[in-house]
Unconditional design. Structure first.
Lengths: 716, 159
C-alpha cells in the first residue's frame, strides 16, 4: 500500500468542481470537513482519519440497496480496529482511481461480488493502516510496536499505560512506509464484521436527503428529457422542433443519431416539450419483429444441428435411446426489464476548460468514466464521475453505460452548463437491457430403478455478452446462457448441453443473477423426473449429490428448516429447488396456495444459503427477502415485442408485486467458512422453481412457460 | 402566481397550472425527497400529504395543490424524526431507499387514520411499489410505529 499525499488534493479538486462549493454537500465531504478546520489524513487509499478520530472508509463498489457499502466498511473497520461508531464512508473517485493506477481494485458492482471480490484487499488495507498507526504511536513513545495494543481506535502502550488516539497519530502514520505483509484476523475473532451492525446509508434515505442520481443539483443546472427510437437499432430520420422550442423554459432540442432530447429549465417542461417534438424514426431492419418472430427464431434454433456444445459427458443420446423411461419437456420465459425504481439518470457538465464532470447512478464508476471520456473525446484524466446512491440497479447500470453517453452528448450541446438527463418511466421500460427470453428443450432418461441416467438440454437464447461486452464470448458459448445446466452438481453419467445462440434485436443484459431462468428450467424438470420416477423430489435430488457436497448441504438445511415431508393444511403445496451461483449455494422451499380464480399466493419461502462467510447477517436476510420479491415478480412480468418495439410502457402493464404479495421469507445461513460467496443474487436462484414445484404439488399443474397467467391455474 | 403551502411555508410561484405538484416540489422548490417513479400514479414514490391525506404528487396539478396544506418528507417532522421514520431506521427497512420517502408518507397517513392498523389495513393502505422488496420490513415497521411510543427504541447504532 503506497502512501500518497494527504487529502488536501481531493478537497481542492472537489471544491473547484462545484463552482465554489455552492451545492452538493454530499459529494464533497472533504470540503465540508475542511471548512470545520483541520483537514483529515489519508493513511492509505482506503482509510482517512480525522483529528477527532472520525474514520472515513473509501468504498469502491456501488451501493444500490444491497448493503455492500456497509459490509465493505465492516471488513476494513474490523482489521483497522477503529471505533465503529465513528465510521463514515465515501465513494472512491473514479478519476483518482485512474490517476492512481487503479488503487481501489474493481469498481464493478454486480454478480454478488462486492465482498467476495474485494474482501482480501480491503481487509489488508485496514490491517496495514492499523499497523502504521501503531508504528506512529510507538515511534512517538520510542517503544517497540509489539508492546502496543489497540481497542476501538485507541492505542495503548502496555508497560507505561500511555495512550494515543488514531486521530492524534494519523498524520505521522501517513508518512510511514506501508507494511509489505499483514496478517488478517481469523473470522472467528471478528468483532465488527460478521455482526448485524446497522447499515450506514439508511438514516439519510429515511430523511429524504438528496443522495440519488436524480437528486443532483448544481448552480445553473438545466434538465433534459429523452426520446429514443422505439424500435431497437432504429435512427432519427427527421425532427420538427418548432413547436417545442417555443414552449416555456425550453433551451434547446438536441438531435443525435439515435435520440432526441429537449433541454429546459425543469424536467417536466423538458418532457412536456419533448412530446411536442415531431420525430420521424427510421425503424431500420427490425420494424416487423414480434414475439412470434422471436419464438420462431428460438424454435429454429432448437433444431439447429450445428448448435454449440456447452457440455458433454458420457453419451446422452445413446443413454436416452436405451433408457427405461424418457421424459421430455420444453420451458420458456420472456424478456424482462430491470425496472429500477429510479430511472436511468446522468448529470454532465462540460467545463470551459474541457474538463468533463459527471454525476450518475452507476454500478461501475470506472465504466462510467471510460464512457464519459470516450464520448467527450477527452482523456480519462480530464473526466470525473461522482458516484451517487442508486435507486436500484439489479444489473441495469453496470455494463451498459448508455445513459452516460447520452448525458455527456447532451451536455456537449450545452457547453459550460450542467445538464441533468433523466429518463421517463416509459423510456426506461422500453429501452432496457432485458433479461433474455429463451426456449429450452429438456430430455431426461430414467433407468428401470428410476435413476436419472441421462440429461440433455438444448438452449435457444440470446447472448448477453454479445450486447454488453462484445467480443468477450470469443466465438464460443455464452456461459450466462447455459449456466446451471452446463455445470450441474448432480451426478448424472450422461449429459449433453447444446447452445443455439439466437440474438434477435432486443438488447439483453445482466438481470439479477444472469442465467437464473435456467435454474427454473432445471429444477422444475428435475421435479418432473422425480415424479416420473415415483420418488420424493428431495430424495431424488439427494441420491444424485454426494454426502458433504455443498448443494446437498444447503438442500438438507432448507428441507429441515421448512419441515419437508411434514403435513400441510389442505390446499397448500410445497416445492423445493437447489441452485448454486454467484459465489454461493442456495436451496429454497416454497409453500403456496392457488385460489379457484387461479390466483397464486406464495405463503412462505425458506432459503438456505452457504456463502462461506457472513459479513452482515441482517443485510443477508434483507437480500433474501429482496430476491424472493424480485423472483415473484419474474413469475408474472413480461416484456413483449410488437412492430419491433417493447409494448409495455409503465407499471400499469408491467405490474410489480405489492405488499400483500410478499411471502414470509426465512433465511437459514449455513456458512462453511472455507470460501467467500455473495448474497445479492443467490436467493433468487431457487425461488421460482421452488414456487412452481409447489404449484404442481398443490394443483397437479406443471407450469413450463412464463409469465404465469391466472388462466393457467384457474380451476377448470 | 400560485400560492403553495409546503411544510408550513408559503411560496408564491409563477408556474403552469397544469404542472404536477411533484415537479413544483422538485424543480421549483428543490424539495428532492419526493421522487419520480412513474408519473402515472402507479408507484407512489411521489407520495406526499395534502391536507393530511396521502396523495400521488404526480397526479395533482399545481392549480389543484395551490392553497392546500402540503407536507413532504422534508417537513414530516421538525425537529427530529417522525415515529414512522424512527421505526424505519430501527427495523432497517430501506434497501436502495428510492421508494421509501413515499412509503413513509403513506405510512404516516395510514397511522394518522388507523392508529393500530391490521395487516389487511396495511395491504389496503400501502399501495406503493418497492422493487427491492422491502415489504416485510415495511409491515413490521408500521406495526412498530403503531405501538406505544415508549417501545420504539431510539435510532442508536447497535454494532
Amino acid at each position: 500500500m503506497t502512501i500518497r499525499s494527504p487529502q488536501r488534493r481531493f478537497f481542492l479538486k472537489a471544491s473547484a468542481a462545484v463552482g465554489g462549493g455552492l451545492a452538493l454537500e454530499f459529494s464533497i465531504p472533504f470540503a465540508a470537513q475542511a471548512a470545520k478546520g483541520v483537514p483529515p489524513t489519508e493513511v492509505n487509499a482506503w482509510v482517512v482519519i480525522h483529528p477527532d478520530d472520525r474514520v472515513v472508509i473509501r468504498i469502491a463498489r456501488s451501493e444500490m440497496g444491497q448493503g455492500t457499502l456497509t459490509a465493505l466498511a465492516q471488513l476494513v473497520a474490523e482489521e483497522l480496529d477503529c471505533d465503529w461508531m465513528k465510521v463514515g464512508t465515501e465513494f472512491a473517485s473514479p478519476n483518482e482511481h485512474v490517476r492512481r493506477n487503479r488503487v481501489w481494485g474493481s469498481m464493478s458492482t454486480g454478480g454478488s461480488q462486492g465482498v467476495r471480490g474485494s474482501h482480501d484487499y480491503v481487509r489488508k488495507a485496514g490491517a496495514a493502516a492499523r499497523e502504521m498507526l501503531v508504528a506512529a504511536a510507538a515511534a512517538q513513545w520510542k517503544v517497540p510496536a509489539q508492546e502496543c495494543t489497540v481497542d476501538k481506535g485507541v492505542i495503548t502502550h502496555g508497560p507505561s499505560k500511555r495512550r494515543l488516539r488514531y486521530g492524534q497519530v494519523a498524520a505521522q502514520a501517513a508518512s510511514l512506509p506501508a507494511p509489505k505483509d499483514v496478517k488478517l484476523r481469523d473470522p472467528k475473532d471478528w468483532k465488527i464484521a460478521g455482526k448485524p451492525v446497522r447499515r450506514l446509508d439508511i438514516p439519510d434515505k429515511v430523511l429524504g436527503k438528496p443522495v440519488f442520481g436524480v437528486d443532483v443539483t448544481l448552480p445553473g443546472m438545466l434538465h433534459a428529457a429523452i426520446a429514443q427510437c422505439p424500435v431497437f437499432g432504429g435512427k432519427v430520420k427527421s425532427v420538427d422542433d418548432a413547436e417545442a422550442l417555443a414552449m416555456r423554459g425550453v433551451k434547446k432540442v438536441v438531435r443525435e443519431d439515435d435520440f432526441v432530447a429537449v433541454v429546459a429549465d425543469g424536467w417536466w417542461r423538458a418532457d412536456r416539450a419533448l412530446k411536442k417534438v415531431r420525430i420521424e424514426w427510421d425503424a431500420g431492419e427490425y420494424g416487423k419483429a414480434s414475439d412470434a418472430t422471436i419464438a420462431a427464431m428460438f424454435r429454429e434454433g432448437l433444431a439447429d444441428p450445428k448448435m454449440m456444445e456447452a457440455k458433454k459427458a458420457g453419451d446422452a443420446a445413446g443413454a436416452l435411446s436405451t433408457a427405461a423411461k424418457v421424459i421430455e419437456a420444453e420451458y420458456a420465459s420472456p424478456y424482462l426489464n430491470h425496472a429500477t425504481m429510479e430511472p436511468q439518470v446522468c448529470t454532465a457538465w462540460v467545463k470551459p476548460d474541457g474538463f468533463v464532470e459527471v454525476w450518475t447512478s452507476t454500478q461501475n464508476g470506472e465504466a462510467s468514466l471510460a464512457e464519459a471520456a470516450r464520448t467527450a473525446g477527452v482523456p480519462q484524466e480530464k473526466c470525473e464521475v461522482h458516484k451517487m446512491m442508486l435507486g436500484g440497479g439489479f444489473g441495469r447500470r453496470g455494463a451498459p453505460q448508455d445513459f452516460v453517453r447520452q448525458g455527456v452528448k447532451i451536455a456537449m450541446a450545452m457547453p459550460g452548463k450542467p445538464v441533468k438527463l433523466m429518463w421517463s418511466r416509459e423510456e426506461d421500460m422500453q429501452h432496457g437491457f432485458y433479461r433474455p427470453a429463451s426456449l429450452v428443450k429438456l430430455r431426461g432418461g430414467l433407468d428401470a430403478q428410476g435413476h436419472l441416467v441421462a440429461l440433455e438440454a438444448k438452449v435457444a437464447c440470446p447472448s448477453i455478452l454479445d450486447t454488453v461486452m462484445p467480443g468477450a464470448r470469443k466465438g464460443g458459448v455464452d456461459f450466462t446462457a447455459v449456466r446451471t445446466l452446463s455445470d450441474m452438481p448432480y451426478e448424472i453419467a450422461n449429459q449433453f448441453v447444446g447452445y443455439a445462440l439466437r440474438n434477435g434485436h432486443v438488447p439483453t443484459g445482466f438481470w439479477r443473477a444472469p442465467g437464473q431462468q435456467n435454474g427454473v428450467y432445471r429444477e422444475c424438470f428435475v421435479d418432473e423426473l422425480a415424479h416420473a420416477a415415483g420418488k420424493d423430489p428431495l430424495d431424488f435430488r439427494l441420491a444424485m449429490l454426494k454426502p458433504g457436497e455443498k448443494n446437498r448441504l444447503v438442500l438438507e438445511a432448507a428441507a429441515k428448516a421448512a419441515g419437508w415431508g411434514t403435513s400441510l393444511p389442505a390446499g397448500v403445496g410445497r416445492g423445493l429447488a437447489v441452485v448454486e451461483g454467484f459465489g454461493s449455494y442456495a436451496a429454497g422451499v416454497a409453500e403456496v396456495t392457488v385460489e379457484a380464480s387461479g390466483a397464486l399466493r406464495v405463503l412462505r419461502y425458506v432459503v438456505a444459503i452457504n456463502s462461506g462467510h457472513v459479513v452482515n447477517p441482517d443485510t443477508c436476510a434483507a437480500q433474501a427477502e429482496s430476491n424472493a420479491v424480485y423472483g415473484l415478480g419474474a413469475l408474472f412480468e413480461a416484456n413483449t415485442v410488437k412492430d419491433g418495439r417493447i409494448q409495455e410502457s409503465n407499471f400499469h402493464d408491467f405490474p410489480l408485486p405489492m405488499i400483500g404479495d410478499m411471502p414470509k421469507v426465512e433465511l437459514v445461513l449455513v456458512p462453511t467458512g472455507d470460501f467467500w460467496g455473495g448474497h445479492g443474487e443467490p436467493g433468487i436462484l431457487p425461488f421460482q422453481a421452488a414456487v412452481l414445484n409447489a404449484v404442481f404439488a398443490a394443483t397437479g399443474k406443471r407450469i413450463r412457460t412464463l409469465p404465469l397467467r391466472k388462466e393457467d391455474l384457474r380451476k377448470a | 402566481m400560485l400560492k403553495f403551502n409546503v411544510n408550513g411555508r408559503v411560496h408564491s410561484l409563477d408556474v403552469e397550472p397544469e404542472m404536477p405538484l411533484l415537479w413544483v416540489l422538485r424543480d421549483q422548490l428543490g424539495l428532492l425527497g419526493t421522487k419520480y417513479g412513474c408519473g402515472i400514479g402507479q408507484c407512489g414514490s411521489c407520495t406526499v400529504l395534502i391536507d393530511g391525506n396521502a396523495e400521488r404528487a404526480c397526479l395533482v396539478t399545481a392549480a389543484a395543490a395551490a392553497g392546500r396544506k402540503v407536507v413532504t418528507i422534508e417537513g414530516l417532522s421538525r425537529p427530529g424524526l417522525h415515529r414512522v421514520q424512527k421505526a424505519w431506521i430501527e427495523h432497517e427497512v430501506p434497501q436502495c431507499g428510492y421508494c421509501h420517502t413515499g412509503m413513509i408518507m403513506a405510512a404516516a397517513a395510514l397511522l394518522a387514520k388507523k392508529p393500530r392498523p391490521t395487516d389487511a389495513d396495511i395491504d389496503e393502505g400501502m399501495t406503493n411499489l418497492c422493487r427491492c422488496g422491502t415489504y416485510a420490513r415495511v409491515r413490521k415497521a408500521i406495526h412498530a410505529a403503531a405501538a406505544p411510543v415508549a417501545t420504539v427504541t431510539p435510532a442508536a447504532k447497535k454494532g
